[in-house]
Design a protein around this ligand. Sequence first.
Ligand code: ATP
Length: 321
Amino acid sequence: MPVMVAIEAEHVGKSYRTEGGDVGLHDLSVQAEAGTVLALLGPNGAGKSTAVRGLSTLLSFDRGRARVAGHDIRTQAREVRERIALVGQSAAVDDQLTATQNLVLFGRLRGMGRADARARASQLLDQFGLSEADARAVRGFSGGMRRRLDVAASMLVRPEVLFVDEPTTGLDPMARRDLWQILRSMVREGTTILLTTQYLEEADALADHVILLGHGEVIAEGSPDRLKSMVGPPVIQLVFETGAQADLALSAIGRTVKGAVLRDLRTVAVDANHTDVLARCLEALRDVSASPIEVSMGKPSLDDAFMRLTGHQTDAPEEEA
Ligand SMILES: Nc1ncnc2c1ncn2[C@@H]1O[C@H](COP(=O)(O)OP(=O)(O)OP(=O)(O)O)[C@@H](O)[C@H]1O
């Protein structure tokens, strides 16, 4: 069976003139197969929302071409809109209405009959863990519940492509994980998702393909693992009880493995660029009286990749444990 491409864009862009030069989205090309998750990852102002707004036909790109759900975003915007949904950064649901009333309203706006809309609303509230709050006004909802309802509202008529702009900004870790589960289940049902995020962990957890954006340009792209591998191999860390032992260990390991360094006074770090590096380190330590009190292997994080490739700190907050 041929692979269906759900989103394809060639060199799209939109520029805003400012005194400091052009800003916006300069040049983006993407291709997302149906039923996959594409993440646009980048700090504030990288151009993520501009990309989403353009691909979802909310704004016109200045240049380039794109097809979404099989239709041209410029010449077939109506067909595109019928097949997509967009969850923006601010909630689209009405605070004064109950969860059910909101969903029924969204269904009616999408052309559903009242009975169908009510049935689908109840199914979605159940699926999104909101059944018990169905008759409550949204103004009393927590941020996580509101976000789930917002995503549910985009699903009244199941979209082929869902655009989600920063789905979990401001949510606590538990609410974030709940939303990830929901997005994953939507992908399992065949929806293609394009999400934007500033959270490296989020791209890692959800995306098949990640595009790293900075200042409107693509800085790097690939699978989360590929981006992480661009940073270099994993690092083995050996922690010793004393600095003297670490010095001893460093010279012993240095005789057999290249590139061993002291990471801090008591820690020797070695690149795990071959499968036998750890074994060789431990072998070298047998000959000297230095045994590590702790051995760990650290995989480079997407955070490391981002820093290395963009020279930027991300704006993502520290993850609570
Ligand atoms: N309507 C506009 N007029 C002028 N400049 C704009 C407009 N929309 C976006 N920009 C600028 O274009 C750049 C990219 O903005 P965009 O909102 O796409 O970034 P972003 O990556 O989504 O950031 P954030 O995470 O803050 O939403 C920013 O410098 C922004 O100030």
